[in-house]
Design a protein around this ligand. Sequence first.
Ligand SMILES: O=C(O)CCC(=O)C(=O)O
Ligand SMILES: [Fe+2]
Length: 341
Amino acid sequence: MLSVKSLVETCSLPSVPSKYVFPFKSHDTTLAEESEVIPTIDFSFLTSGTPEQKSNVVQEISCACREWGFFMVVNHGMPKKLMDDMLQTSQSFFDLTEEEKGEYRGEQLFDPIKYGTSFNASVDKALFWRDHLKVYVHPHFNAPHKPSNFREISQEYCRRAREIAKELFKGISLSLGLEGNYVEKEMEIERGSQLLVVNLYPPCPQPEVAIGLPPHSDHGLLTLLIQNELGGLQVQHSGKWVPISPLPYSILVNTGDQMEVLTNGTYKSVVHRAMVNNRATRISLGTANGPPLGKVVQPAPEFVDGENRPAAYRGIKYKEYLELQYSKELNGKSCLDSIRV
Ligand SMILES: O=C(O)CCC(=O)C(=O)O
Ligand SMILES: [Fe+2]
């Protein structure tokens, strides 16, 4: 199937082709007040703050996870140049010819490197205004061989993103009143999976009728996301859509479905979507940090209490959960709903 980038570049489209028209409902356009902003977490307090600063930031993580499931991390130590280089080499990947990128075209969910469009075009009802590159980067590192600097840059970027995720897992564990290494140990993060997802949203002639990514929650434990200067991400909060305008060089973080299952719903995954624009290409780059693919994730005993609080989800291998998500259209939290007890 034609990539959106090729569609835009080869045909001068006056309007969006009908298969890209997204069935928005009227309330889908309700935006939250501008005063609604996601919490900001100062990462440096977590790693090198005074005991008081650390305990405050753990408290802030607790509120952010309970009330939002989405927050912006600053002072995270990821070098700015590395963030710029990562976005740049990702853009260069999409700038390769379709023939060059075609090597990585595939429909198999667990292909180590997969270039494509939409989400799963064989089940998506409407197509999404989005091309993507998905690379499994941990525990086995993979990278496309073009552009030539992609391997080196993405390896360093993903390594650092994993380090940041590990510290956040510590903060999250403490915020749940557990030992700092709880999530890391329980979810075997040392050999856990990390999936790099690059989203390319070319300019769209009718941004109000198409969507980049429909409302969905992320499948993993924790997603770290960066983007170029163009907005488009919106997070669902108290029934309204909150547009996200991240500070330059901040990292957006959100809790995913595995976190909701592990904590038996204490920390929920959050629904978000990507809107498109008619000005320029937006690029976003996420790393989904999860347990090993073979790990069965189920509500942990710490969050289950007999009949007072029974397990609300059935245990399922992370790999099978990914298969389940890929077998249906991407639609809010429908995948998580299907494993609710
Ligand atoms: O493009 C964005 O801002 C969001 C991307 C996203 O939600 C995802 O890749 O799962
Ligand atoms: Fe997402």
